[in-house]
Every structure is written in C-alpha cells, then in structure tokens.
Design a protein. Sequence first.
Length: 144
Amino acid sequence: MSRRSGFSLVEALVSLLILGVGIVGISQGLAVAYGSSRAAESRTAAALLASARLELVRAEGTIVAGEDEGDFGAGYDGWTWKERITETSIEGLHEVAVSVHRAPAGEKVYELRTLLYDMPWLGASTSEAGGASGARGDSRRERP
C-alpha cells in the first residue's frame, strides 16, 4: 500500500472556509474601527467649535440673554451653531448653552453649557460722583 502525502479535497475546503471566516471578521472589525474613528473626529471638531463660539460670547462684552444661531463660515461647511443665554437668579450670572450641529440632517453633535458672570458695575458712576464726562451711567461695565 502506498500512502500519498498532501491534503485531501475536504481538508483544503475546510481550511479555505476557516480562512474566509477570518478575513470577513477582520474586515468587519476594520469597518467598525473606521466608523468609530470618524465619529470621534466629528465629536472632537464639534467640541472645539463650541468652545470657540463660547469664547466669542465671552469676548463680545456685555452678556445679553436671548437665543442666536449661525454657521462657522468658510472652511467649516455643514457646521452650524445655536446659542442660548438665560439669566439666573443671581444678578450678572448667565447660563450659556452652545450646541453644534452637522448638516445635512442638522443633528446635534455636541452641546457645551457653562455659567458666565458679567460683573455688574460696582458703585456710583463717575458722572454721578462729579467725575469725567462720558462715563457710563448704566449698571453694566464696558469691556474692551
């Protein structure tokens, strides 16, 4: 009796089946990793844009309660923001919420909420106290 060395047809088919299942599993894992990476990139960009918008609110000067919305301009196509500023029970303290949305569906990607304090003007204005003319007489201080 002579024994041939090598693989039978059944062994070759089973090994191909195992190899195919492994390749499909690896490709599915890569697809999920890519999708997660894109989602994380989108959330990170939205967080940075929301933070930038919040800093603009802070830098604009006096904080006024209300709602506003807009886009981030050239280079940020498809990204929009909505801003809501509400007064709290403490004078000068405002709750600011900035949400960032992504087109085309306009889904909210990120929302940043914080409290900002716009210090009321302390004491009498200089015009009331006999000081220089042109000083503000309202209850808010002017920011540069």
